[in-house]
Ligand binder design. Structure first.
Ligand SMILES: NC(=O)C1=CN([C@@H]2O[C@H](COP(=O)(O)OP(=O)(O)OC[C@H]3O[C@@H](n4cnc5c(N)ncnc54)[C@H](OP(=O)(O)O)[C@@H]3O)[C@@H](O)[C@H]2O)C=CC1
Ligand SMILES: O=CC(=O)O
Length: 325
């Protein structure tokens, strides 16, 4: 008999076929509150595949046969990894295949914020371009400035490569450990978080959301930044105290911000961030290109098929479950 699995994301036809060849697939929509039919299928499911579903103890209690949770994203803050591991359930994510695409998005966001590209686009389209623009609409340079990266991992490093080779920027970074590749190849300098905030023209947050990084950047951190600093968040909204960010922007403690992620997603249309001209907002599109989303879905399917056919999933997060009794 085929294993039963839950799919809660749309897949390209060929990948859906692959799943149907191996499993009985129950398709659901991700909702804030999953409905009764989802929980009915969850009772029999050996695998689940999709992204953003909160996999917590309450959900796992309703999934007695679950063997693998396959996240179609690199971030896995929606998964309670310790609990999954305790229960011997595999968890997988999709690293690497999205790194360059997310780095492109982040660098695009940085450029758009510095050079006020969305604002200038509106300026032209509403017919305000009647003579040469004045100084009040000037942007600021990106090349040869200092970029501070909090979270110099795969994506942080790919952003640093763009900054170093393409824009001749100086790179400082903060992690819990040093990044030898970045030190040796990008002349990046490991610094304390305080120093990074003080010296950077651009501050980029690219660390994962874990207990220690919740509200890592708040009022105290914005106070340390330069008045000319541009703040970019490409990781998760919860790493930033959003009210403190609004206050820093309104009080002109920093110059501008570029955001792909928010404390609450989709961001509320009443969020003060949306009223500020010096904020560039994207709808969490870091990896959202057709090619990369396909590669992420392909890797997720590979993880699921491997995990449920007795093979090691290529990007397992908690490999210790494979050797548990
Ligand atoms: N906007 C979007 O669409 C996307 C957002 N993301 C987000 O980006 C994050 C990073 O992805 P990726 O680069 O692949 O992950 P990596 O694990 O490769 O990099 C994360 C980096 O953060 C550092 N880090 C971890 N904890 C801390 C901490 N407490 N303080 C400072 N640095 C820390 C790690 O270094 P060390 O262990 O030495 O501390 C590591 O260098 C994902 O977790 C996800 O949340 C990812 C893809 C798309
Ligand atoms: O936010 C996206 C991810 O892949 O993580």
């Amino acid at each position: 008999m085929k294993s039963e699995i839950i799919l809660y994301k749309t897949l390209p036809k060929d990948l859906l076929k692959q799943l149907n060849d191996h499993f009985t697939v129950h398709q659901h929509q991700l909702k804030a509150e999953m409905d009764t039919s989802f929980y009915k299928d969850l009772e029999k499911a050996e695998g689940i595949i999709g992204s953003k579903l909160q996999v917590d103890r309450a959900l796992l209690d309703r999934a007695p046969h679950l063997k693998i949770v396959t996240n179609m994203s690199v971030g896995y803050d929606n998964l309670y990894i310790e609990e999954l591991t305790k229960r011997g359930i595999m968890a997988t994510n999709t690293p690497d295949v999205l790194t360059d695409t997310v780095a492109d998005t982040v660098f695009g966001l940085l450029l758009a914020t510095a050079r006020r590209i969305p604002e200038m686009d509106r300026f032209v389209k509403v017919g305000d371009w009647k003579e040469n623009i004045g100084e009040h609409l000037y942007g600021v340079d990106v090349h040869h400035k200092t970029l501070g990266i909090i979270g110099m991992g795969r994506i942080g490093t790919a952003v640093a490569e763009r900054a170093h080779f393409g824009f001749k920027m100086d790179i400082v970074y903060h992690n819990r450990s040093t990044n030898t590749y970045a030190d040796e190849n990008l002349q990046a300098e490991y610094v304390t978080l305080q120093k990074l905030l003080k010296v950077s023209d651009y501050v980029l947050v690219m660390a994962p959301l874990v207990r220690e990084t919740v509200k890592l950047i708040g009022q105290k951190e914005f106070d340390l930044m330069k008045e000319s600093a541009i703040f970019i968040n490409g990781s998760r909204g919860e790493l930033v105290d959003e009210m403190a960010l609004v206050q820093a922007l309104v009080a002109k403690k920093i110059l501008a911000a570029g955001l792909d992620v928010y404390e609450q997603e989709p961001v509320s249309k009443n969020s003060p961030l949306l009223q500020l001209k010096n904020v560039v907002t994207l709808p969490h599109i870091g990896s959202a290109t057709a090619e990369t989303r396909y590669q992420m879905a392909k890797l997720a399917v590979e993880n699921l098929v491997s995990g449920l056919t007795g093979n090691r999933p290529p990007t397992i997060i908690n490999p210790e479950v494979l050797t548990q009794d």
